[in-house]
Design a binder for this molecule. Structure first.
Ligand code: EPU
Length: 340
């Protein structure tokens, strides 16, 4: 177990914001976590678990303990001839895990290649890209209940998965369960998911025939598409998509579509999903900045730290954008990034 005091979190948030926490503790096993919990809970200071910090915005110093998992290790268990259950430690880098699954011939996560963050957070945020979501493949999530140190298992149906949502984000239990392992159900046969138009267009542009496509090839293409559109956290600070794509009632959508016939939209279980990036772009924010915080020039959904931005600078920019989008479209954008 590693413990640091007055720790700078700059390397632990992809925005690259300087914020300090009173204590930073990194544990590398479920036993170590169980050992340290009683003193944390007894102590009256706040504490929280973070993952790769790719969806966090530190708006101030943190007056307590930040926990970080270094639990790794991957185990597989065959489920008949076709499926395999793969259990991964919460502290593994997400994309290392995706690469591992493909090297072993276990398919299903290729569309989620190159998403920043760690395995534990994939089950909290229900990460998604190019027509796939973590929840499509999560079998169960193993946690430690911080109230009594017991181990609990949440099966997929108990996780309340929806677009970028899970039970672990819900007010009633937020922070209570610490994810130690996530079990994914993957397949031995590669079944490409090509529902995302941008991906199909990219394959066409490269003259790749879908019946000849391999999982490794799809992974490489996705990595290239992401690199072309999204900033590299090592080069420019960001939290990926800062806002969620809003889901609006059918009627709201129809009213807007009458005014903006080219507005991108997608069917969603509870209405119509619009593109926050497009809405922000229409307000003229793409490539603009407000002090050291800015909107990425290649994708308006991404807010960036041009250097030296504080959490407050990013909040100011995000509120200004929310205000402009609301004034123009009557839509309230909600951040995907979690403010701390
Ligand atoms: N668009 C614009 N201007 C922009 C950005 C987008 O007009 O500046 C338009 C695009 O032309 C397109 C539509 O908006 O018609 C959607 O854009 P895009 O395909 O880039 O995807 P997105 O909705 O902006 C979502 C996820 C990404 C994920 C991509 C690909 C959310 C909040 N974001 O972005 O996830 O990689 O789809 O599946 O759901 C993340 O969560 O950090 C993330 C990067």
């Amino acid at each position: 177990m590693l413990t640091y005091d007055n720790f700078n979190l700059q390397q632990h948030n992809t925005f690259g914001i300087t914020a300090r926490c009173k204590h930073f503790v990194e544990y590398s096993s479920t036993e170590e976590l169980r050992e340290l919990l009683p003193s944390l809970v007894a102590n009256n200071e706040p504490w929280m678990q973070i993952g790769g910090g790719s969806n966090l915005l530190f708006t101030a110093d943190y007056p307590g303990t930040i926990l970080h998992s270094a639990i790794n290790g991957i185990e597989e268990k065959a489920l008949g001839d076709e499926d395999v259950l793969v259990t991964a430690g919460a502290g593994i880098r997400w994309d290392d895990f995706v690469a591992w699954t493909l090297r072993h011939g276990f398919y299903g996560l290729e569309n989620l290649s190159y998403i920043p963050g760690e395995v534990g957070a994939s089950a909290v945020q229900n990460i998604g890209a190019y027509g796939s979501e973590a929840a499509d493949h999560i079998e169960r999530v193993t946690v430690i209940d911080s109230t009594d140190g017991s181990t609990k298992t949440f099966h997929r149906e108990e996780c309340h998965y929806a677009y970028r949502h899970s039970i672990f984000k819900e007010e009633a239990v937020r922070g209570r369960y610490i994810i130690t392992h996530v079990t994914y159900c993957l397949h031995r046969t590669f079944r490409p998911v090509l529902v995302y138009a941008g991906l199909r267009n990219e394959l066409e542009r490269r003259s790749v025939r879908t019946d000849e496509l391999t999982a490794d090839q799809l992974r490489r293409i996705i990595i290239e598409v992401r690199r072309a559109k999204l900033p590299e956290p090592s080069e420019i600070g960001s939290a990926g998509s800062f806002f969620m794509n809003p889901i609006v009632p059918q009627e709201t959508f129809e009213n807007l579509q009458a005014l903006y016939p080219n507005m991108p939209h997608y069917p969603a279980p509870t209405g119509v999903k619009l593109s926050a990036g497009w809405l922000i772009d229409q307000c003229g924010w793409k490539g603009k900045r407000l002090g050291p915080a800015g909107v990425y020039a290649l994708q308006a959904l991404v807010l960036v730290n041009h250097g030296g931005a504080t959490g407050a600078d990013i909040v100011r920019l995000s509120e200004t954008i929310q205000h402009d989008v609301f004034n123009k479209f009557g839509i309230q954008l909600r951040p995907e990034a979690i403010f701390i």
